[in-house]
Design a protein around this ligand. Structure first.
Ligand code: NAD
Ligand code: UGA
Length: 458
């Protein structure tokens, strides 16, 4: 069968896999191939046990895999045989050298650029899907356009805005698709080609275009704004606890202003995930690079408040439990950085677990999808940790439960039974404010929400 377009994605991760599955699903007339350097990951994409948990993903991959979606480790053939190449490799925070702890580590990305250069026998459109510092496309262009055989490459920026846990619906009905290009004839033609791919299912008015630097920067700024809202509400949650106000009531009143809006105002134990902190630090580094120290300090404070919120949670636990956690059993409900994903990258649970172990607490970690990752995150950490998938069994014999991920299953537990199985007085710290605090208090729990007065039995 011949396909209208042949599309490649380099990087079979949380973005590359679901995004390409959606393109293949919506465009049966295109052949989509996803390649990765990691053979285990590719084997998992080709198996019944996909490498990531994402609601709805199994069904979509099941429909298109082997039809017009293929996963492979053959990067050379992938580059040779496809004209449109998405690059969706990881761009973590650099952990060494200049800019360590702040700027993006571009080694995976640059390696990809050089592979494209080496294996191409025809012109390609190369699309930055990874989140990158502003002006990265320029470096990509400089690497790619150093060929002497006249083969040209057009570099586009097409940042991804999906959130884990809702990736499939975000991809199916995106708020916007952003395509940045050079404003030359070639650049505009490449931009139109990519827009045509999305137009198979996204209304044209949602496909917006810009110059390439605006596109790169818009991605960092979108994440910075989202994280800023969470840090804003979390900062106010600290004040609520002092002032006997209720953060849920404040968020509702504030969010009803249509200029502010109600989303992303849930106070929590802090934001996690592989991107918010990384992208803000990237933005901060860029601002410092351009001598904008005040702008850098402003955005850096979003990360500072996030860490403050996590530390505050530990202090609340310590204060509530008579200033000692040594030898006490504490159950963590949830280890994923948010509900509906098994991803634990930068999860607040990692920081909290480590801090509790420093206090010599004994941990029982529970999560419906993230226990494998949790084990890896806590491997080698000193202290006692058990992993129990069932939330009710995990809480048995514990002095306290700390709810860290807003999994729906935690709302519907048999709390009477759980209370009866715990050491008394039993403590419940709701780091996501999703439980019925009044009811739990009536049952006998000492309840500590975020940003609300605690409900304590004396
Ligand atoms: P990930 O770590 O899950 O996946 C990246 C994949 O790239 C890995 O499987 C890795 O093996 C592969 N890879 C690295 N170098 C390679 C090379 N030279 N050739 C082939 N494969 C290579 O990362 P992710 O979460 O999918 O994120 C990818 C990018 O997308 C990042 O820049 C991230 O900031 C951005 N992003 C992520 C999300 C998200 O929700 N995770 C959302 C929007 C944007
Ligand atoms: C986020 C953005 O929402 C996506 O648009 C973006 O594409 C992605 O980052 C990225 O670039 O990687 P994601 O991190 O998957 O997506 O998940 P979010 O829903 O944004 O949640 C991030 C963190 O904030 C989670 O820990 C979540 O629990 C927390 N959060 C979210 C709150 O604490 N309160 C809220 O009101 C909302």
């Amino acid at each position: 069968m011949t396909f209208e377009k042949n599309i490649l994605c380099i990087g079979a991760g949380y973005v590359g896999g679901p995004t390409m599955a959606m393109i293949a699903h919506k465009c049966p007339h295109y052949r989509v191939t996803v390649v990765d350097v990691n053979p285990e990951r590719i084997a998992a994409w080709n198996s019944a046990q996909l490498p990531i948990f994402e609601p709805g993903l199994d069904a979509v991959v099941g429909k298109v895999r082997g039809r017009n979606l293929f996963f492979s480790t053959d990067i050379e053939a992938g580059i040779r045989d496809n004209d449109i190449i998405f690059v969706s490799v990881n761009t973590p925070t650099k952990s060494f050298g200049l800019g360590a702890g702040m700027t993006a580590d571009l080694q995976y990305w640059e390696k990809t650029a050089r592979q494209i250069l080496a294996f191409s026998h025809s012109p390609k459109i190369v699309i930055e899907k990874s989140t990158l510092p502003v002006k990265t496309a320029l470096a990509m262009e400089r690497i790619l356009n150093c060929r002497e055989d006249g083969i040209c490459f057009d570099v586009l920026s097409n940042p991804e805005f999906l959130a884990e846990g809702s990736a499939l619906s975000d991809l199916e009905e995106p708020d916007r698709i952003l395509i940045g290009s050079r404003e030359t004839d070639r650049g505009l033609r490449a931009r139109a080609t990519l827009a045509d791919i999305y137009a198979n299912w996204v209304p044209r008015e949602r496909i917006i275009t810009s110059n390439i630097w605006s596109s790169e920067l818009s991605k960092l700024v979108s994440n910075a704004f989202l994280a800023q809202r969470i840090s804003s509400i979390n900062a106010i949650s600290a004040l609520c606890e002092k002032a006997e106000a209720d953060i849920t009531e404040v968020a509702r009143a504030v969010g009803m202003d249509s200029r502010i809006g109600p989303k992303f105002l849930n106070a929590s134990v802090g934001f996690g995930g592989s991107c918010f902190k990384k992208d803000i630090l990237n933005l901060v580094y860029l601002c410092r690079h351009y001598g904008l120290d005040e702008v850098a300090a402003y955005w850096e404070s979003v990360v500072t408040i996030n860490r403050f919120q996590q530390e505050r949670f530990i202090e609340t636990m310590l204060g509530a439990m008579f200033n000692t956690l040594a030898g006490k059993k504490i159950c963590l409900w949830g280890f994923a950085f948010k509900a509906n994903t098994g991803d634990t990258r930068e999860s607040p649970a990692i920081f909290i677990a480590r801090r509790l172990l420093e206090e010599q607490a004994e941990l029982v970690v529970s999560d419906p999808k993230a226990l494998l990752n949790a084990r890896a995150d806590l491997a080698g950490v000193d202290g006692s940790v058990r992993y129990v998938e069932d939330a009710t069994l995990a809480a048995e014999g514990c002095h306290a439960v700390a709810l860290l991920t807003e999994w729906d299953c935690y709302r519907h537990l048999d709390f009477e039974r759980i209370f009866g199985s715990m050491v008394q007085p039993a403590f419940l710290f709701d780091g996501r404010n999703i439980l019925d605090h009044g009811r739990l208090y009536e049952m006998g729990f000492n309840v500590y929400p975020v940003g609300k007065p605690p409900l304590v039995h004396f």
